[in-house]
Ligand binder design. Structure first.
Ligand code: RIB
Ligand code: CA
Length: 312
């Protein structure tokens, strides 16, 4: 089977790191490149972290592109309180030998979509949608050439994690998200409604340490660090592995279930900035614009992660 061509747009971030490792470990996927965006931490760190993760996977050949260093309209909001000052606290990854490509990430996205056969490249945003929104603004012709956008972001029944109304990725750049959700592209969304069901467990993390490879030990350390914030905030145990849901969906879509609904982005109100207003019950005649996921086979998800991470 021909591997599916993807571009991962990312703001690493511990959960981004696990998503990137899962993608690089999966023969079903052909990672054309990583495009870094400012989000969890500033752009210089998301670029550095992207390079570190590719090196950890033994895939330093994966091209990394630096993208937008701030949202389209608002000032940048970062999340060091969740991810630590480096963005990858919990694992001490060596400085990478590779460097970022000279081309801007937005131009890489545009050029790749124009040069590859239409409908063959999937975009996988794992952070604020600034790079994707900027690419669609600069080159509206690419919208018809995108096979699918499978993104982590938003929330509806689960409500917000950075404000009472909004999830972080959409909150940081609601204008970019509005461009994406109005693009007419095929969109699949992994919101907090589903990622908050993809919680790590002590047994899973201990299982990674028992495999005892540089990758599984690094993921154990990253998720140990990452979970402390959510456990303190929500109680219970385990960290939501948000971003790997995007990649797992590409590999094993039947792990997930949801509903095709209209999703609109709040851009006008400061109170509800970045809210993803999902018409879950079909109370309007707005066009259905996204597959909004709500459930995951948690055990199957973590089995897939373990199975693939152990191969790196
Ligand atoms: O709200 C969770 C999302 O914000 C994840 O993508 C995490 O990495 C951060 O970017
Ligand atoms: Ca992310």
């Amino acid at each position: 089977m021909t591997p599916r061509k993807i571009i991962i747009d990312t703001d690493p971030g511990q959960d981004d790191a696990v998503a990137i490792l899962l993608a690089l470990a999966s023969p079903e996927l052909d990672v054309l490149g990583l495009t870094a965006v400012a989000g969890n931490v500033p752009l210089d760190l998301t670029v550095l972290n992207s390079l570190k993760i590719c090196a950890l996977a033994g895939r330093a050949d994966t091209p990394v592109f630096a993208g937008c260093d701030r949202p389209l309209r608002h000032d940048l909001v970062t999340a060091e309180h969740v991810h630590g000052s480096t963005g990858l606290d919990g694992a001490d990854l060596p400085a990478p030998a590779a460097t970022a490509q000279d081309q801007h990430a937005v131009d890489f996205i545009i050029d790749t979509l124009r040069s590859q056969d239409a409908g063959t490249v999937t975009l996988c945003p794992l952070g604020p949608l600034t790079n994707i929104g900027a690419a669609l603004q600069k080159a509206p012709d690419i919208a018809d050439r995108i096979a699918e956008i499978v993104l982590m972001g938003g929330a509806y029944f689960e409500v917000g994690n950075i404000t009472p109304a909004a999830e972080f990725n959409i909150f940081v750049d609601p204008e970019a998200a509005d461009i994406v959700f109005k693009s007419g592209c095929k969109i699949t969304v992994m919101p907090l409604d589903v990622t908050h069901k993809a919680l790590t467990s002590r047994a899973w993390i201990d299982g990674l340490r028992a495999i005892d490879t540089p990758v599984t030990n690094a993921v154990a350390g990253l998720t140990d660090f990452f979970e402390r914030f959510d456990v303190a905030k929500y109680g219970g145990t385990g960290a939501p592995l948000h971003d790997p849901c995007v990649i797992a969906y590409l590999i094993q879509p039947d792990l997930f279930s949801g509903r095709h609904v209209n999703v609109e982005i709040e851009t006008a109100s400061e109170l509800t900035r970045g809210m993803t207003v999902a018409d879950w019950w079909g109370v309007t005649d707005r066009p259905k614009t996204a597959m909004f996921m709500g459930d995951v086979d948690r055990d199957g998800y973590f089995d897939l992660l373990t199975e693939r991470l152990r191969t790196l």
